[in-house]
Design a protein around this ligand. Structure first.
Ligand SMILES: [Zn+2]
Ligand SMILES: [Zn+2]
Length: 249
């Protein structure tokens, strides 16, 4: 699925960094990128050296922000042509490389840049990563201003059809307890007084794991989320795998 950048940015444009951009250390933004830069309140400077400003860099943990400038190129002797604004400084001299697909977008007065090859492919992940970096007040202002029901779109996706006997057998094996070793969380019960547990694949089906009794574990909601999203997920996965394998041996 393609990310719809319109959902997060007020304006944005995408361009591939050209050889000239790089050799001249002067990035020539395209029209949509210029719109985003100027919507953020940055206008091309006439003075030299052009003043610098900070741009928020997305999807690059090693470079949270980068300095840029925005200025009119020297007027060509052929005065018929309007000078085109360029971006200078670290953004093009050190950060961008020839061939990078660069997105420049704004959220209010905050300007963002991203190399698209490093962007998440899912809309949710991309939006969350961008908005996390946005100005705190802007996040609250926009959330509070939003009203009504969200739009719907039809979703078609391929789902794995899990074997219901494996789900049932794993729940029986768990005897109502989370199978993550050492988990001592208090569990809640369903209407029928059975303990609420989720059946998880130790090696996920998306990673070519099998839908088998030995590759499935009953987990409490906390352990389940943690084994998917926690910083320690790799260690937890291993611990769970060793435990289930030992039990089934
Ligand atoms: Zn799972
Ligand atoms: Zn647990």
């Amino acid at each position: 699925m393609m990310v719809d950048w319109n959902k997060v940015f007020d304006n944005f444009g995408i361009k591939k960094v050209s050889k000239t951009d790089k050799t001249k250390s002067a990035y020539l933004p395209n029209e949509k990128q210029r719109l985003a830069i100027e919507a953020a309140g940055i206008l091309p400077a006439d003075e030299r050296p052009a003043p610098s400003f900070e741009v928020t860099v997305l999807f690059d943990p090693a470079t949270p922000t980068i300095l840029s400038s925005y200025y009119y190129s020297e007027r060509s002797p052929d005065a018929e042509r309007n000078p085109e604004p360029r971006m200078g400084h670290g953004i093009i001299s050190s950060w961008l490389a020839q061939g990078d697909k660069v997105l420049i977008g704004n959220i209010g007065s905050q300007l963002f840049v991203a190399k698209l090859d490093f962007a998440p492919i899912s809309q949710v992940a991309a939006s969350q990563e961008i908005i996390k970096r946005a100005n705190r007040q802007v996040i609250f202002d926009r959330a509070i201003a939003a009203t009504g029901k969200p739009p719907k779109r039809p979703v078609e996706r391929a789902e794995f059809i899990r074997n219901p006997y494996i789900v049932a057998a794993v729940l029986l094996r768990s005897d109502g307890k989370c199978e993550m070793p050492d988990c001592s969380r208090e569990l809640f019960t369903r209407d029928d007084d059975s303990t609420y547990l989720e059946v998880h694949h130790v090696v996920p089906l998306s990673e070519e794991g099998d839908d088998t009794f030995i590759n499935a574990a009953a987990l409490c909601p906390h352990c389940h989320r943690e084994v998917h999203h926690g910083k320690n997920r790799h260690a937890l996965r291993n611990k769970l795998r060793v435990y289930i394998e030992a039990m089934e041996a």
